[in-house]
Design a protein around this ligand. Sequence first.
Ligand code: SAM
Length: 247
Amino acid sequence: AEYGFRRVALDEKQTLVDSVFHRVARRYDIMNDLMSGGLHRLWKDAMVSWLAPPQRGPGRFEALDVAGGTGDIAFRIVERARGHAHATVLDINAEMLAVGRERAETRRLSGDVDFIEGNAETLPFESGTFDSYTIAFGLRNVPRREAAIAEAYRVLKPGGRYLCLEFSAVDVPGLDKLYDFFSFRVIPEIGRVVAGDAEPYRYLVESIRTFPNPERFGGMLRRAGFERVTWRLLSGGIAAIHSGYRL
Ligand code: SAM
């Protein structure tokens, strides 16, 4: 059971996260490029190529992208599947989704991607609905991570695939110093200049540091019932992709 104070703290965390993305929605995509030096594009490509949605065959591959924001992962999935996949983007923030819908229009992908407002902790879908569940730079923002993982397991079909892309603990000597400098100086500064406020970015950087290391996160997935859990480190371990199956 959750104690009252813990629940309040978790709800406050969500409120803070929401206010960050509410404020930055319109500038989110450009901020991503600035803050990661464009690397987030390569990491997202890596996640979707590891997923490898089918490019032929009967039936439609049903992809769910949680905390999907402005649609980066969903667009990659449906483009790669060349008409054989449909994606649902779920995000708690209506502003991010609105930007995503506009981007889908521009790319002529509105028919292939749906945008739904909802919480990763309590997904508004029936059990066994999706062939894949992806979450990119989202899980660290979710206050009750175990609940989000349990929900991922629930909504996947048997045989369905779970993929999570997230920042990770850096293990290359020297790179950690650079990473600290980037996290505590550069990122809040970009936040201040582009979005007018550094404070929320300090918080986001903190949330990266409290995310479990790859080993521990792999354990969390196994405990939730996922099988064949593996992961890949990206760019010297700045980011990691975890994979698992509901079998
Ligand atoms: N996946 C996108 C990407 O990689 O570009 C967006 C990532 S953005 C860093 C994090 C997203 O998580 C935001 O759009 C935010 O609204 C969403 N988010 C935060 N808490 C959430 C929750 N509890 N349920 C669903 N989405 C959430």
